[in-house]
Design a protein around this ligand. Structure first.
Ligand SMILES: C[S@@+](CC[C@H](N)C(=O)[O-])C[C@H]1O[C@@H](n2cnc3c(N)ncnc32)[C@H](O)[C@@H]1O
Length: 166
């Protein structure tokens, strides 16, 4: 659905990734026309052939929607994706507002907060918005974040978050 929305703004090529084959099957069933390639890959352990293929795409934008936090994607997977992106590439994602609160000490929350303030990413846009209503009708607020990558995050930067898969 995100890809469909993005193509209205003009995208030359689009590459999707997920760890499970069912995600690719869903893409083939629902929106195959939008993708140039779709990889079934564990972003925590990308083999060198796939790494070379990603490099050949020369990716200049990374996006993930409603997929960060809740233990859905390990911090390492997100940072490996970040590091695949070209220097000065755009990064756009959303995140539930509580994950940016410093009372949340999970590895994922600490990583995202640090990344936003780090020299590896320049934040261009940060907006709190009502993402949806909960099943009991309460508004759930998220932050939409858009930034530009400055440089790869070194492995030493990532290591302090790896003890916590959340
Ligand atoms: C909350 S879901 C979002 C799915 C996607 N937005 C969609 O609608 O199909 C998070 C996705 O991250 C994938 N994922 C989790 N760990 C991953 C990893 N290490 N490498 C690649 N994908 C991963 C999951 O399989 C899941 O489909």
């Amino acid at each position: 659905m995100v890809v469909e929305a993005l193509t209205k703004y003009g995208i030359s090529r689009l590459v999707g990734v997920d760890i499970i084959p069912e995600a690719k099957q869903a893409m083939e069933r629902d929106r195959p026309q939008y993708y140039d390639a779709y990889y079934i890959t564990d972003f925590c352990n990308i083999n060198s052939d796939t790494q070379d293929e990603f490099a050949a795409w020369s990716l200049d934008c990374l996006t993930t929607v409603a997929a960060l936090g809740f233990g859905d994607i390990p911090p390492k997977a997100f940072m490996n994706a970040f590091n695949i992106l070209n220097q000065k590439g755009w990064v756009g994602f959303n995140i539930k507002e509580s994950f940016l609160d410093e009372t949340d000490q999970s590895g994922f929350s600490r990583m995202i907060r640090d990344l936003i303030l780090s020299k590896y990413l320049d934040v261009y846009h940060l907006e709190r918005y009502r993402h949806r209503l909960s099943i009991d009708g309460e508004p759930l607020f998220y932050f939409a974040i858009v930034g530009k990558k400055n440089a790869d995050a070194p492995i030493e930067y990532l290591e302090k978050y790896l003890d916590d898969p959340e």
